[in-house]
Ligand binder design. Structure first.
Ligand SMILES: [Zn+2]
Length: 204
């Protein structure tokens, strides 16, 4: 599981903050889903630095990047908003985690667009690049687009992004009656949507 840690958000209005937070939450759900992994492995990629799709996926999910060089299972985000009436959506430098976002574009971005940009910039930090802004199959572009596509799918079909039920050791919830027939196994599942805070339990 990978977490997204937003360390710094500078110059954001309350509305921009809210939209960015929603985008981060959706990115978190998508990145940790099986569906994203499956789609990732099938994506045609260029400028892969000699790595297979699985190796790139594992690198992304490890949280390793060129700046902190530890597999901390965290995507570290530092963003600053600015306004400039030009064609630049945003930018970053290789020597910093910080990315800069142009309000002119952010204004019309939905959360899937924001996620696309976030993942694109982060993949630069992980060590992937593109030869031009037209290299749409490069890792930052292709995977950024994939996250965007998955988020749009998540809006219409959230069930696709639920995690597989997993057996976890938990105290039996009080509102769950005992099984009536022979001893059954208790299954509990936590939901990505609530950042693992809520659980659903049932017998099988
Ligand atoms: Zn780029």
């Amino acid at each position: 599981m990978i977490k997204i840690n937003v360390h710094e958000k500078l110059n954001f209005t309350p509305e921009e903050k809210e939209k960015h937070e929603k985008a981060v939450e959706e990115t978190f759900i998508v990145l940790n889903s099986k569906r994203f992994k499956n789609k990732f492995l099938e994506t045609k990629l260029s400028s892969t630095e000699g790595l297979t799709n699985l190796q790139i996926y594992e690198k992304l999910m490890s949280g390793y990047d060129q700046l902190d060089k530890v597999e901390d299972r965290e995507i570290d985000v530092y963003v600053e908003m600015y306004y400039k009436n030009n064609k630049v959506v945003g930018y970053t430098y290789p020597t910093t985690h910080k990315t800069f976002l142009n309000r002119k574009f952010f204004k019309s971005f939905d959360t899937a667009d924001i996620a696309c940009n976030l993942v694109h910039e982060y993949l630069h930090k992980v060590g992937f690049d593109h030869n031009s802004a037209k290299e749409h199959s490069s890792v930052p572009y292709a995977i950024g687009y994939l996250v965007e596509e998955c988020i749009r799918e998540l809006w219409h079909n959230p069930g696709l992004y639920e995690v597989e039920p997993v057996e976890v050791e938990v105290e039996k919830p009080v509102d769950l009656p005992e099984p009536t027939t022979e001893a059954k196994k208790l299954y509990c599942k936590r939901l990505w949507y609530t950042f693992w805070t809520k659980k659903v339990c049932w017998y099988e």
